[in-house]
Design a protein around this ligand. Structure first.
Ligand code: PNS
Length: 174
């Protein structure tokens, strides 16, 4: 029987830390579905489709990894895929409390599905999509933090946003 695992997250955008988890999980399980979900608590830079496209690009070298998305409950998506394992990355103790809560909530919803935690590579223990966006917005380099395709996409998005702001300011002035 092939073991299918789902790695859910916002991935806005995918970072080297996420990619490290995906690569290691792809060696541990037969099939990995990286599942993008909108997190209403977070400010998005990329649409769901854009995040999926970036994930497809950066996982193209991993034949047993596919990319999907869902809305609503993770457990419903697990049922839809007939998957039994949820993968989560743990960066620091600070992640533990919310991850523990989510894992127990998910187990309450369906006790046949296991959440398995993978410790992040220590190189990436400080890394998050939110910090990547903040550093890029403030003009810092994100080249060491995300794959090349992602760095280019972030740069393009920030240039577009800057152009729109200038256009709006010019329009406003008359
Ligand atoms: O990358 P993120 O934003 O930390 O990922 C959080 C995510 C998407 C894994 C979490 O928000 C989630 O599982 N959302 C689905 C909604 C859900 O099932 N909620 C109830 C159980 S926690």
């Amino acid at each position: 029987m092939l073991i299918k695992a789902v790695y859910p997250g916002s991935f806005d955008p995918v970072t080297n830390g996420h990619l490290d988890i995906i690569e290691r999980a792809s060696r541990a399980f037969d099939l990995i579905v990286v599942a993008v979900v909108r997190n209403p608590a977070k400010d998005a830079m990329f649409s769901i489709e854009e995040r999926m496209q970036l994930l497809r690009q950066v996982t193209a070298h991993l034949p047993n990894v596919s990319v999907g998305h869902f809305e609503g409950l993770l457990m419903d998506y697990m049922h839809l895929l007939s998957a039994k394992i949820v993968i989560k990355g743990l960066r620091a103790i600070s992640d533990f409390e919310s991850e523990f809560q989510m894992a127990l909530m998910n187990r309450t919803l369906d006790s046949s599905i296991e959440t398995m935690f993978m410790m992040t590579n220590s190189r990436y223990s400080y890394l998050s999509s939110s910090l990547v966006k903040e550093v890029a917005r403030l003009g810092g380099s994100i080249d060491e933090l995300v794959p090349v395709d992602v760095a280019e996409a972030v740069e393009a998005r920030l240039l577009r946003a800057k152009g729109e702001t200038l256009f709006l300011a010019a329009d406003h002035q008359g």
